[in-house]
Design a protein around this ligand. Structure first.
Ligand SMILES: C[S@@+](CC[C@H](N)C(=O)[O-])C[C@H]1O[C@@H](n2cnc3c(N)ncnc32)[C@H](O)[C@@H]1O
Length: 403
């Protein structure tokens, strides 16, 4: 939820003048770090996570006395914590966990005679608003656990996707909707049962964020009421649209950077593999040993050349290359073509589907693979071509668009 921190969550906590905040679910500590930077010196922060992906000791050292990390589940930790002014709920996204987190927070507040903390809950929209996710399915009692599977989700499809979809590595409920299913359903059920009037504002961007405030807290903090009014006003809605677009662009950049990295990594691995296969086919290692032996034998008792001993590889290199050329010719005669795969990047200058060729602006002409979809590419588009040189032609083995 850190993407919503500056524009929504931090202003809520500021308007409240919070002195104690609880964060349920911290992951890499990205929201935690922002909170610690922003919260005043008199505010203490309690963070709960059974499996944080950061070292809480760093925060403890940097913010002594103000930062308390609790390694455990929310249900184990919350009953032992004092009442808070605000709680960020972003841990296990299922009805059972969230509903009981809210109940525990309400019981602590009632016991201490203070209002319910302001609740800021992430993932109240699609996909987990009306569908359970289980970080550890075994932690949920059988009677509250929906049938689940590790399969992806698609908007508008209540079942899990057969192929692909979002979060297919996670334990997702097989069906969306119905009772006791999803984070927003837990909020709805809690709100109906809570003995005092509550205001619920749902921000429908970036997987959905709900802000739940007791009316008496709003009366005591008019700035908070004004902030919630703004979020629901036309001007606030436009600001949310702009924020949603900013987040979408950031995510697209991240995804493209990551995909490009994976693609380049895959290409490097493929090139290394081809080199290895080629070296095996040519028996390069043995060739080098054979040449070394022949060098030593050729000395016929004469002292070896000290330069050769220092850098045998450099002396033998031309002979190795000559031997490889001979071996290549032998293989070609036997009908085996061995060619290294090379890549080049350039702009398409012409496409010729009849000849099955494309040309780059640098003048290189490539034969494209059979079945290659010409209509997917345009003149002027930047592409990367992996190719092998064969019989004087350049055979493209892989063509990808470069954005
Ligand atoms: C969606 S991530 C939290 C993201 C974080 N709030 C942020 O803004 O970057 C969910 C986290 O909740 C933790 N978690 C899972 N089950 C939990 C539970 N029962 N109680 C507390 N945290 C839990 C996971 O270990 C994970 O780190």
């Amino acid at each position: 939820m850190y993407q919503l921190w500056d524009d929504i969550v931090a202003p809520v906590i500021d308007a409240l003048g919070a002195r104690r905040v609880i964060e349920i679910g911290a992951l890499r500590g990205e929201t935690t770090a922002r909170m610690l930077d922003r919260l005043g010196g008199k505010c203490e922060l309690h963070v709960i996570d059974p499996e944080p992906q950061f070292d809480p000791a760093e925060h403890e050292r940097a913010f002594p006395g103000r930062y308390h990390f609790h390694r455990g589940t929310s249900h184990e930790v919350l009953p032992g914590l004092p009442a808070a002014d605000a709680v960020l709920v972003d841990g296990d996204h299922n009805w059972y966990t969230v509903y009981h987190e809210l109940r525990m927070l309400a019981e602590t507040a009632q016991r201490e005679g203070v209002p319910l903390p302001v609740l800021v809950l992430h993932d109240v929209g699609w996909p987990y608003g009306r569908r359970d996710l289980y970080y550890e399915p075994d932690r949920i009692p059988d009677e509250f656990r929906q049938p689940w599977a590790r399969a992806g989700m698609r908007p508008g499809e209540p079942s899990l996707a057969y192929l692909g979809g979002l979060n297919r590595h996670m334990a997702n409920a097989r069906r969306e909707g119905g009772p006791s299913n999803g984070v927003m359903t837990a909020v709805d059920d809690f709100v109906v049962e809570h003995p005092r009037p509550l205001r619920v504002v749902v921000v429908p961007i970036f997987y959905g964020l709900a802000i739940v405030v007791e009316d008496r807290v709003m009366d005591a903090h008019p700035e908070l009421g004004a902030l919630l009014d703004h979020l629901e006003s036309p001007a606030g809605t436009r600001a949310l649209l702009e924020l949603g677009e900013r987040i979408r662009i950031d995510e697209a950049i991240l995804t493209q950077t990551w995909l490009r990295h994976l693609e380049e990594q895959g290409q490097r691995r493929a090139d290394r593999y081809i080199d290895l296969v080629k070296a095996l086919l040519l028996d390069e290692r043995n060739l080098q040993h054979e040449l070394r032996v022949s060098y030593a034998l050729g000395l016929r008792g004469a002292p070896p050349d000290p330069a050769a001993l220092r850098d045998l590889e450099a002396i033998l290199h031309p002979r190795v290359r000559g031997a490889i050329r001979a071996r290549l010719a032998e293989l070609a005669q036997g009908g085996v073509a061995v060619a290294a795969v090379t890549s080049t990047t350039g702009t398409i200058s012409s496409l010729d589907p009849t000849k099955h060729q494309l040309q780059l602006s640098g003048g290189q002409t490539f034969e494209v693979p059979a079945g290659w979809n010409f209509s997917k590419y345009k003149v002027g588009e930047k592409i990367r071509v992996s190719y092998q040189k064969k019989n004087g032609m350049m055979d493209a083995t892989r063509i990808v668009a470069v954005k």
